[in-house]
Design a protein around this ligand. Structure first.
Ligand code: ADP
Length: 180
């Protein structure tokens, strides 16, 4: 299975991706973590993370591609975030089974992130990451919707509830006739 989880910061992508990876025995490919690791070597990446801006596609795509090439199945966490990254993924001739879009209202996003205490979770940087999500990822969402791959999931509520919603979507995708 090959899926991508997209959603605004704080929508629970990572928690849910981890669960999916465990449940289906696939690799969790987490763009944010690959970049935090890359930031240890690369000051430009470090600066983008600090400011909450997106890291260049030239850096992100190869990091993710390397992980993809090592896996049979995977859940992409926070990738693709831009159309450039969508094209980067297509160039690898990977076909996703589903794109799960975790939807969360803005007040709920802010509330969750302020609780999290990561260094890039300050009010100004949160604002920037939400704005970036809309400007960069809305086209990505429309793109996958047009291809019939997009599955919006309500990301409010507790972790188990959201996990159940995602499993519901994926079982319909993997077994459209409902035989399983
Ligand atoms: P969040 O989903 O809360 O933004 P992540 O851990 O997924 O948290 O990402 C943290 C930061 O890493 C982002 O603010 C951005 O700077 C960078 N980043 C993550 N994924 C990407 C990506 N696909 N392309 C470019 N930058 C990214």
């Amino acid at each position: 299975m090959k899926v991508s989880l997209i959603g605004p910061p704080g929508s629970g992508k990572s928690t849910q991706s981890e669960r999916l990876a465990d449940r289906f025995g696939i690799r969790h490919i987490y763009a944010g973590d690959l970049l935090r690791d890359e930031a240890l070597r690369n000051p430009t990446v470090r600066e983008s993370l600090r400011q909450g801006s997106l890291v260049d596609a030239d850096i992100v795509i190869p990091l993710v591609a390397k992980e993809i090439r090592r896996s049979f199945g995977y859940v992409l966490d926070g990738f693709p975030r831009t159309m450039e990254q969508v094209y980067g993924l297509e160039a690898l001739h990977e076909s996703l089974d589903a794109v799960i879009y975790l939807e969360l209202s803005e007040p709920e996003i802010v509330k969750r992130l302020l609780r999290r205490h990561r260094p890039d979770d300050t009010p100004e940087i949160i604002r920037r990451r939400i704005d970036l999500f809309h400007s960069e990822s809305d086209p990505v969402i429309r793109y996958y919707a047009a291809r019939g791959l997009l599955h919006p999931v309500d990301a409010s509520g507790d972790v188990d509830t959201v996990t159940r919603r995602i499993y519901g979507v994926l079982s319909a995708v993997l077994d459209p006739l409902g035989r399983g």
